[in-house]
Design a binder for this molecule. Structure first.
Ligand code: NAD
Ligand code: 3PG
Length: 634
């Protein structure tokens, strides 16, 4: 059931169809209506995962589309209309898959889009192709740099990382360009943990070296005497999804496991018999150190000469996380001087590493070419997980695995949907009341609610208010991904205040007020005594309503266009304005009058289906007793 319309919150929704890919490539989609889908189209899926947006029959929030071109996000309306036509005709989006993806995931993608599987593209080739693509799916081998987002010219709406690590995607650039980044964080966890354990065992028993030796015709039993795992201490560095699975398995091997993770809850570790300890304690007491933290500026080269100076002599290191968390030159030095007895590495600073890499060639190092996630099961799971996330995002749904946008649980989304529309409409309306809209610097949003502040997630509302305020006064495309960034860039400060009201906590928000300070208004009646523009809205019967302008109460549904007139309260005013509009063929959809006192000042709010021409508006202005009026496009 579709409800009212609102511009895209997240990414343009793109319709599916059977039209040719050439037309699809030139088609664009953007966003305009917010709707709940009672049931989503069924796609030819073979799903083996619990998280599936398609199987779900529960209502999901979809922000659908129509206006903007993917070639230029600041497109003109006329261009947009061509595209709108294309979208209604049902053009398919294009998804570029730049690294091998499991067939099950490709099947999901093909049910919705044109899929271009082009592996091993050079950076230049990727930049050339990307402006024809709505989404890009990568693994760890594709660098999605700022240049890629620039080359996309605004068309790229989603980058899907078929796996966990997103260190190969320039997240800041993605956010600035309003491009959503989603990943597939769970499907390869077990595979990575199993590979960690495989490397641990293979390293300690010299499996790879002994194998190579035998294949070279040798039989060197005394050379490859290993060390045992039982009773030894393993330090798991990073107690997240993979780290905790490694810990669980290591416990099963009879190891004593400690872990360092500044963000992990101690009770989760304790539950599997793992002690959370400090970094120094972990590295100085461990016989084995297994790395499971993400590569971030804080973890880059965390294992360096200084770290190796603190480890127990003869420690063994396993890395299935990211090569960059180790200073590889320092590790070679530590291996050469025996501080580190052995290392088993699946990941490298540069992938593939240079052929003459001392680390790869080192006799005490066991290596695999980034195989942690490479099991049939994990790849199938990851492919489906990312395909669903990307298709969902292209449909305009908020993704549960968004990396650069707030993740809002489905229940919260469903509940907030009408308020999300209200928020955008109020922002759009408030900014049009400002004389010279671009000078806005300070906006205060007041949410009146019977809910405890902890039970009211306002991030979506805030993003939509920002979108409503900024879009009418700039060519910037705003969505949930870049709303905060764009507001900051434009020097717009948005503060939020929550006011507790008695009422039913069953509805999340009683009313939303937007206050804009330090600006002139083109409709003086919208100003409060303190000089702030103020508008207030509520959701009534699921529909956003304007309930207050300045000090005047009104009651009009926020739909289409609105004329606000201030007049001296007297009989016959509605008739006069109504007949001017009627004579000019402008259909009045609703009217509401709010007044301070009988026969004093009143505000008339008139909803109109069509935009009146200048002459009609001038005639309204000439009606005696109308003191000011403003036309607002919602
Ligand atoms: N080799 C592979 O094929 C493969 C497969 C899957 C995951 N990975 C990599 O493994 C790593 C972990 O993946 P995950 O799914 O467990 O991620 P995760 O987010 O679930 O866990 C990462 C953990 O690291 C912790 N952490 C962050 N900074 C830390 C620090 N300075 N010191 C200690 N801990 C820190 C976090 O709190 C978090 O608990 C990632 O880098 C991921 O890319 C590699
Ligand atoms: O972060 C990950 O998910 C792993 O490193 C897997 O990377 P891959 O998809 O390139 O195998």
């Amino acid at each position: 059931m579709a409800t009212a319309s609102a511009k895209s919150l997240l990414v343009p929704r793109v319709e599916t169809s059977t039209l040719s890919s050439t037309r699809a490539d030139s088609a664009a989609a953007a966003a305009t209506s917010l709707q709940f889908l009672k049931s989503t189209p069924s796609l030819p899926l073979k799903l083996s995962h619990s998280r599936s947006c398609f199987r779900s029959r529960s209502p999901s929030l979809v922000i659908t589309n129509v206006l903007k071109t993917q070639d230029s996000l600041s497109t003109s309306l006329s261009q947009g209309r061509d595209l709108e036509t294309g979208s209604r005709l049902g053009m398919k989006p294009t998804i570029l898959v730049s690294e091998k993806l499991g067939e099950a995931g490709l099947e999901v993608l093909r049910g919705f889009a044109n899929v271009d599987c082009s592996y091993d593209l050079s950076p230049e080739e990727l930049c050339q192709k990307i402006s024809l693509c709505d989404a890009l799916i990568v693994r760890s081998g594709t660098k999605v740099t700022r240049e890629v987002f620039e080359a996309a010219k605004g068309r790229l709406k989603v980058v899907g990382r078929a796996g966990v690590g997103i260190d190969n995607v320039d997240l800041q650039a993605a956010t600035e360009f309003g491009c959503l980044v989603v990943n597939a964080p769970t499907a390869n966890t077990v595979a990575a943990a199993e590979h960690g354990i495989a490397l641990l065992a293979a390293m300690t028993r010299n499996v790879a070296q002994a194998d190579a030796s035998m294949k070279a015709g040798k039989w060197q039993r005394s050379k490859y005497v290993g060390v045992s795992l039982v009773g030894k201490t393993l330090a798991v560095m990073g107690f997240g999804k993979v780290g905790s699975e490694v810990a669980r398995r290591a416990k099963g091997l009879g190891m004593h496991v400690v872990s360092h993770d500044p963000y992990a809850p101690a009770d989760r570790a304790r539950a599997i018999g793992v002690d959370l300890v400090s970094f120094d304690e972990a590295i100085s007491t461990a016989d084995f150190i297994s790395l499971h933290m993400p590569l971030t500026p804080a973890t880059s080269k965390l294992f360096n000469d200084e770290t190796f100076s603190k480890v127990k002599k003869g420690v063994r290191i396993i890395n299935v996380a990211r090569g960059g968390v180790i200073d590889e030159d320092a590790l070679v030095r530590a291996l050469d001087n025996g501080v580190v007895a052995q290392a088993a590495l699946d990941v490298f600073c540069e992938e593939p590493p240079p052929k003459d890499s001392k680390l790869v060639q080192h006799e005490n190092v066991t290596v695999t070419p980034h195989l942690g996630a490479s099991t049939k099961e994990a790849q199938e799971g990851v492919a489906i997980e990312i395909a669903e996330a990307v298709v969902g995002a292209l449909r305009g749904e908020l993704s549960a695995t968004a990396v650069n946008a707030p993740m809002v649980p489905q229940e919260v989304l469903s509940e907030l949907a009408p308020y999300v529309m209200l928020a955008e409409k109020l922002g759009r309306l408030a900014v049009q009341l400002v004389a010279g809209g671009s000078g806005i610097q300070s906006v205060k949003v007041v949410y009146r609610s019977a809910r405890d502040p902890d039970d009211l997630d306002t991030r979506l509302l805030r993003a939509m208010i920002t979108k409503g305020i900024i879009e009418p006064i700039s060519s910037t495309f705003i969505n949930l991904v870049n709303a905060d960034f764009t507001a900051k860039q434009k020097g717009l400060r948005i503060s939020e205040e929550r006011v507790f009201v008695d009422g039913s906590p069953g509805s999340p928000v009683d009313s939303i007020q937007i206050h804009i300070s330090n600006v002139q208004s083109k409709f003086a009646s919208a100003l409060l005594d303190n000089g702030e523009i103020c508008v207030e809205g509520r959701v009534k019967y699921g529909v956003p309503h304007l309930t207050c302008v300045g000090a005047f109460n009104v009651d009009v549904s926020l739909d289409g266009n609105l004329i606000l007139c201030r007049q001296v309260d007297q009989p016959g005013m509605i008739g006069k304005v109504g007949s001017i509009l009627g004579e000019q063929n402008v259909n009045v959809s609703f009217m509401s009058v709010g007044r301070t006192m009988p026969k004093k000042q009143a505000i008339m709010a008139i909803g109109v289906d069509e935009e009146p021409d200048k002459e009609t508006l001038k005639m309204i202005g000439l009606v005696p007793s109308i003191e000011e009026f403003v036309f607002l496009n919602l």
